[in-house]
Design a protein around this ligand. Structure first.
Ligand code: PEP
Ligand code: MN
Length: 361
């Protein structure tokens, strides 16, 4: 896929030039008055694109499923009154037709739709021969191929103004996030398609207000092109996603505080210092690999010993002890114990693989 350069996506939104694109607005359009109040407040600040969900994909029936087509008229009023472009979520061909008929400037495809190639293809069919920018959220599950596949189906219609939105991935494990960011997936997407703008949706990643700033800043540090932040005039009373929505005032505090980093060092002295540090990092990595090789040689010896004595490869008590002691050692050394615990999961898998191989020889 050959995307237009990023500036093309941003041009009509009067964004770009090194500044992050800011998309804001409520999770759901609830009433004309609510939409106009929020849009009015956002028009006073640095917001490039107004968002509001009209059709809401909800996990359970009998929740608020969106105000429907009348919301499109409210979005038209936002365009006319505040000269602000608008975006809404489309999940099927009918939504696309209605959104286009009402002149919605940018469409977005939600996480629950990206997972379904039939739904994406139906949307793509409805977009044939139309030029409208489309933003594709990541699928709910951490599957890069599915995300790329959805982008490809939209691209194949002839649309080249496409952006990806990173909104995190659902996970059974409890964590501080509503949807785990799994940063390596969008990083891989960025590496493969360098001209594809990538926007972070910290609201759906965080699921709460406190994490919106740090998640947004981290995304900018990774070279993301924009943020989509759910904003409501009365967040606590919102009909959907109340815990994660912020007021227009808080949004302004967040965007004012966000720092945009330089793409790279622009001074020879800084480059030299970075080179020096990189050489030291290379040396530290050599040490890590040498230590792993030493550990694997010992694992091989113990594997032989277990085999000779006809003892099971997996010794659960020992493994539990390793797992907790290494995390504790990490904490003592001032590094993140969760990271070290994850690392030991990988080391353990490899160690079991090696020993099982020996025991089957
Ligand atoms: C939304 O943006 O309100 C939404 C439903 O998002 P997602 O598809 O990321 O869950
Ligand atoms: Mn939402």
């Amino acid at each position: 896929m050959e995307f237009n350069n990023k500036e093309s996506f941003f041009k009509n939104l009067q964004a770009g030039q090194g500044k992050p694109l800011v998309i804001a607005g409520p999770c759901s359009a609830e009433s004309e008055e609510q939409v106009m109040q929020i849009a009015g407040a956002l028009a006073q600040q640095n917001v490039h694109l107004f968002r509001a969900g009209i059709w809401k994909p909800r996990s359970r029936p009998n929740s608020f499923e969106g105000i429907g087509v009348q919301g499109l008229e409210w979005l038209q009023r936002v365009q006319q009154t505040f000269k602000m472009p608008v975006t809404t979520e489309v999940a099927n061909g009918r939504h696309v037709e209605l959104a286009l008929k009402h002149g919605i400037d940018v469409l977005w495809i939600g996480a629950r739709t990206t997972v379904n190639p039939f739904a994406i293809q139906e949307i793509a069919d409805a977009l044939q021969g139309v030029q409208v920018p489309v933003m594709v959220k990541n699928p709910v599950n951490p599957d890069l191929a599915l995300w790329i596949g959805a982008i490809e189906r939209i691209y194949n219609t002839g649309i080249t103004d496409i952006a990806a939105i990173h909104r995190g991935f659902s996970s059974y494990q409890k964590s501080k996030y509503r949807n785990a960011p799994v940063w390596q997936i969008p990083i891989e997407l960025k590496a493969r398609f360098q001209a594809l703008p990538v926007i972070v949706d910290p609201s759906h990643i965080a699921g709460n207000r406190e994490l919106i700033f740090p998640v947004s800043q981290k995304a900018l540090d990774l070279g993301y092109d924009g943020v989509m932040i759910e904003t409501h005039n009365r967040p606590d009373e919102a009909w959907s996603d109340a815990e994660q929505q912020v007021t227009p005032e808080t949004l302004k505090n967040i965007t004012d505080k966000l720092q945009v980093r330089k793409v790279t060092y622009d001074d020879a002295e800084l480059v030299n210092r970075a080179e020096e540090l990189r050489l030291q990092i290379d040396a530290a990595d050599h040490d890590i690999i040498a230590a792993l090789a030493k550990r694997m040689a010992l694992v091989e010896q113990i594997g032989e010993y277990k085999k000779q004595n006809n003892v099971q490869v997996l010794q659960l008590e020992r493994w539990k002890e390793i797992f907790s002691s290494r995390a504790a050692w990490a904490a003592e050394a001032g590094i993140n114990p969760d990271f070290v615990a994850e690392l030991y999961k990988l080391i353990h898998v490899e160690s079991i693989r090696q020993q099982t191989q020996i025991s089957n020889e």
